[in-house]
Write a new protein. Structure first.
Length: 402
């Protein structure tokens, strides 16, 4: 079978599907319009389809014709959700501003992921008699901070075929960073673990002219912001980095009023389990201790968001070889460093071995192309047939590997 050639035959359909999905972006865990559009695409393929209970996910199982009820199981994943961004690309298929979808945008390219996964389902279905195992298609809502993958894991996605998934693959497109059609990834840590630090410093308000008769929360909170950076440089191994960014800081109303409290939030990124655990504990202790030093009450909590996204070494090598042999040796290069973004496909890769790949899809010249999440992020959807073929090829080869 020549999946790349067969995928090229589907190009018009897949690009049209991507543009249709692009016009109906939905944010979060409930994506009913997107879900219906996808169901209409795959219902004629003869897959075993179930939809999520808690979220608007779709699980579709393709039964291979060889070794029925036996053989390996491969999972392919595509995320479905958009972002609360008002699109400014000027694309003719951008959501209509006055429609129900006008305040959202597929600014992270998940519309290309869905179209690519539908393409893989069509390619694999055409060859079902030759497949020595089953394929689970995971259409997942709520990747953008809603932990949609966890809901699908709770609802049994990894056992959807009646036996455990043996390997899982997914890919992510980028409107910047990587040249069009370039595929890249790395073994081991690929994307950061993320967490959020939430701090409330409680003092006692008063007149700005008389700080001695109040308890000013602002200087202590400001000290915490600075000390968090010192905590990183003095306690974290420089070769295993941690990023802390205080992205929100609120206190007070007027220059001569000492407020009752100051509140700030930080995002925290790390690249090892040990650092993720260490910083979660130490950042909270640091803020509490600084508050205590000034006689203030501090409510500090750390919430883990997504774990580290880790490519299994063997599955990474397999995926890299597959990409090189399918698309050409010059189309795949190993990524030097992980990305500081995070991703809930990490939940799947925590449970089963697999690999996650990045695909360059900038529509404009790399030097000027806006990155994912920008209202100007423009994706070249001519990469979709390659994405579909790559996902399908990974499944076929992995099933045949046994
Ligand atoms: Zn994304």
């Amino acid at each position: 079978m020549d999946l790349l050639a067969e995928s090229t035959e589907l190009a018009n359909d897949l690009i049209a599907l991507r543009r249709k999905l692009h016009a109906i972006p939905e944010v979060g865990l409930q994506l009913p319009v997107t879900q219906q559009a996808l169901l209409a695409e795959i219902e004629s393929l003869g897959l075993e389809i179930t939809t999520g209970t808690a979220v608007s996910s779709i699980t579709a199982v393709l039964r291979g014709g060889k070794n029925p009820g036996d053989g390996p199981v491969v999972l392919l994943r595509g995320d479905m959700d958009a972002l609360p961004v008002v699109e400014k690309t000027g694309e003719p298929f951008a959501p209509a501003r006055d429609s129900a979808h006008g305040d959202a945008m597929h600014a992270c390219g998940h519309d290309l992921h869905m179209s690519g996964l539908v393409g893989a389902a069509r390619l694999l279905t055409a060859h079902r008699d030759e497949l020595p195992g089953d394929v689970v298609f995971m259409f997942q809502p709520g990747e953008e901070g809603f932990d949609g993958a966890s809901y699908m894991l709770d609802e049994g996605i990894l056992d959807a075929a009646g036996r455990r998934v043996d390997a899982a693959y997914g890919l992510h497109v980028f409107s910047g960073y990587f040249a069009k059609g370039q595929v890249t990834a790395r073994p081991g840590p690929l994307m950061a673990a993320s967490g959020g630090l939430h701090v409330r410093v409680i003092g006692a308000g008063g007149h700005g002219s008389a700080p001695h008769s109040s308890k000013d929360p602002i200087p202590a909170a400001a000290e915490m912001v600075g000390a968090l950076q010192t905590l990183v440089t003095r306690t974290i191994n420089v070769f295993d980095p941690v990023v802390i960014t205080v992205g929100s800081f609120h206190a007070g109303t007027k220059r001569n009023i000492i407020p009752d409290e100051a509140v700030f939030e930080a995002t925290v990124r790390s690249f090892s389990k040990s650092n993720a655990e260490q910083i979660a504990t130490d950042a909270v202790r640091l803020c509490e201790s600084i508050g205590a030093a000034y006689g203030l009450t501090v409510e500090a909590t750390f919430e883990g968001e997504y774990p580290l996204t880790v490519n299994n070494d063997a599955e990474y090598e397999f995926a890299a070889t597959t990409a090189r042999e399918l698309l050409g040796a010059d189309r795949f290069a190993e990524l030097a460093d992980p990305l500081t973004g995070s991703e809930d496909f990490s939940r799947v890769l925590d449970e089963v071995p697999g690999a996650y790949l990045f695909v360059g899809a900038p529509k404009l010249d790399l030097a000027v192309s806006a990155t994912n999440h920008s209202p100007l992020a423009a994706f070249d959807d001519s990469v979709i047939p390659d994405c579909a073929a790559l996902l399908a090829e990974l499944a076929v080869r992995r099933l045949n590997r046994g």
